[in-house]
Design a protein around this ligand. Sequence first.
Ligand code: SF4
Ligand code: SF4
Length: 509
Amino acid sequence: MKLWRFNGGLPSLAEHKNESVNLPIEVATVPHQLIYPLRQHIGNAAASLVNVGDSVLRGQKIADAQGLISAPIHAGSSGTVTSIADHLIPHPSGFSAPSITIETDGLDNEIVPTPCTNFRELSISALVDIIREAGIVGLGGAAFPTAIKLDNQSRSRHIETLILNGAECEPYISCDDRLLKERADRVIEGVEILLHMLGAKQAILAIEDNVPDTFTAIQTAVENNHNSAITGVQIPTIYPTGGEKQLIKTLTGKEVPSGCIPADIGIVSINVGTVHAIQQAVIEGKPLTSRIITVTGEGVTKPHNLEVRIGTPIQHLITFCDGYTKHAERLIMGGPMMGFALLNDEIPVVKATNCILVASQHEAITSKQAMPCIRCGLCASACPATLLPQQLYWHSQSEQLEKAEKLNLFDCIECGCCDVVCPSHIPLVQHFRYAKSALKVQKHEKHLSDIARERFESRETRLARDKAERAERSRKKKAALKSKPAKEEIDAAITRSKQKKQSNEIGEN
Ligand code: SF4
Ligand code: SF4
């Protein structure tokens, strides 16, 4: 299959996969507490369906989606709801946010799932509903609700190609690789469900060429499946080839225009972990209550690939991995390039968590003293999104955010390539993250003020209309009164008429 090369990227980034890539998936124990932030997906926070003191079962929906873009949340084990309050969430801001805490009872009782023997007998709407109700979001890190991607975004467009993203390009992370090696058949069954739903002609499962064993496992599963529409493809290991737009370019040569989604050019791209979750929901009837993550780095005694209940506090996983080493310096959720530092290990695993990197001093990309930009242009050459990081930086730091937006700031995937190559050690991504959030706040405030202005204007219009209607009614009333003959005049006219009639009668006689 012909492959294309996306712009920039880092072909020789140290991978650090050996620390975990050969470790089979183990199932982590259930912790004493499971903590569920109500917002762990793109869109509106979910609304709690439980109260403090309620008993819950594994698989029970404890929070429901609110609005169009949102996703429900399910309990990962049985127990009792002990709090619905703010808790530290995994976010670069270090904020707390409303979360449900469940004290587990050790029984792990579940709502018995209803498996499906033939998904082809279900309507597309029924399949979308299963995926929505299972709380599935993009498990590659985006956490966008998958039902929206498959329904609202795809059904109105003609989808030709389904891309399955198995390109785990970020250093240290190996959870998708282990999933593909150990559960390839399930993933391929998930691909069949998606092909059926989208009506796509072909499905391409992309794997980097640094994991040949995984490619063999996938090839075997594809052959066993006998579906000629599914193809496994090895792609060059270049960071960040797993970025959605970069992968689409690599496999199809097509560019997703700025401000568009892949469905606009007939493509849907889904992470392989998400495909596995879809298979589990549709075939096994199981909502998303666990995921596979990599716990690695020089700061943890025994790195692992773990199947973990979502909501598990990180400290429980560190204990499961035999604790911290003396090198532990920093906790990072995600990899060293796109991940972010965590305040402490009480923070729970959420749906988007793919890795906990317990970094030593030299593993943590620590910020060196930034120096002035020398306009070398290396950042632009490395940018896989064909942006101009140097100019974005100038506009971001001088608060000229609209100018940064016009230079497609929102196309920045925060891959960190520009940071790595910058000889002046300018923390460019930090500036871009800040500028994006500031623009989002500005847009939100503008949206609120537009709504307030519209309400004010509509009130003014209504008051003016009421006033005009009152004035019109009053004018009509007065006019009616004016044109109405006085009673005395009517009586006099009747009298005159009667008199005339009488005098006529006398004359005739
Ligand atoms: S790489 Fe750094 S120094 Fe060079 S142009 Fe970009 S921001 Fe400036
Ligand atoms: S972080 Fe953004 S600007 Fe920098 S290289 Fe990546 S996509 Fe380009």
